[in-house]
Design a protein around this ligand. Structure first.
Ligand code: FES
Length: 265
């Protein structure tokens, strides 16, 4: 290999940044806009400390679950209230950081924001502006390896969100159901689909096995998770968008802007 090829990141020495003529910049641009919009919305809502619960229907937005601040409405605090009620502390401060870290270290989101924000590289066959490539072999990106542990935290949070969705079916009159229930259930389904399609989950199910034939249950789980895993990017976006829509719906009903469409009670 020549010394010129060894230079920089080992790319072919061409004057142009890329020879691609298609709109390669569009996907990273859309990703950046989408992620920034989501972060802006989620940040505002997480610190708002308002319109997170609909008492008559037991609707609790996932952005405030579990509601563990002393400022939480008692009926919304299914797991107790023990965090101080400070404006800078979200009511779900116990779980939101783990959810954020789970998404931040996700293999798909890494690809998305490495391309969109760090241009490392912005697209296939497009040179990146950085002179050296260190990958995830040292800090702080070495911390991306903690993803497998955030997966366990996300699983617990999915269980909590599932509990919230089930509790919302119980009212003073017994079983109740409205559009909000269906939205909460839809959110939980997408949340589970995204969480279970995680690469770490797939590895937990079927990794480190020498003979699938000796572990039929794990093999079956691995094949099912692999099917979900094929759709990981789509599930990442679907669950990300739907959790915002769920929160928006709860906020609109809680604020009295719209009425919940009731089917039973
Ligand atoms: S790889 Fe995306 S959630 Fe684990």
């Amino acid at each position: 290999m020549s010394s010129t090829t060894d230079s920089a990141a080992g790319r072919a020495e061409i004057a142009a940044r890329t020879l691609r003529t298609d709109r390669w910049w569009l996907p990273p641009l859309l990703t950046a806009v989408g992620l920034l919009a989501w972060v802006a919305y989620a940040t505002v809502r997480a610190f708002m400390q308002l319109w997170y619960f609909v008492p008559q229907y037991n609707y609790l937005t996932p952005f405030y679950s579990p509601c563990v601040s002393t400022g939480c409405i008692e009926q919304a605090a299914h797991f107790g209230r023990f965090l101080p009620d400070w404006p800078i502390l979200p009511y779900a401060a116990l779980t939101l950081p783990f959810l954020l870290l789970f998404r931040l270290t996700c293999y798909y989101y890494r690809k998305a924001y490495y391309r969109s924000f760090w241009f490392s590289p912005p697209a296939c066959a497009v040179a990146e502006p950085h002179r050296r490539y260190k990958g995830e072999s040292r800090g702080p990106l070495l911390g991306q390896n903690l993803h497998r542990y955030f997966f366990y935290a996300a699983t617990i949070i999915s269980i909590i969100n599932t509990y919230d969705a089930i509790v919302a079916f119980h009212g003073d009159e017994g079983f109740q159901m409205g559009l909000g229930n269906l939205i909460l259930v839809g959110n939980v389904i997408l949340l589970w689909a995204y969480t279970l399609s995680c690469h770490s989950c797939r590895h937990i199910a079927g990794g480190r096995l020498k003979h699938f034939s000796k572990h039929p249950v794990r093999y079956w789980m691995w094949t099912q998770i692999s099917k979900l895993n094929n759709r990981h990017m789509q599930l990442a976006w679907a669950s990300l968008i739907f959790v915002c829509l769920t929160d928006l719906y709860v906020a609109l009903v809680a604020s009295g802007t719209i009425s919940d469409l009731r089917f039973i009670n």
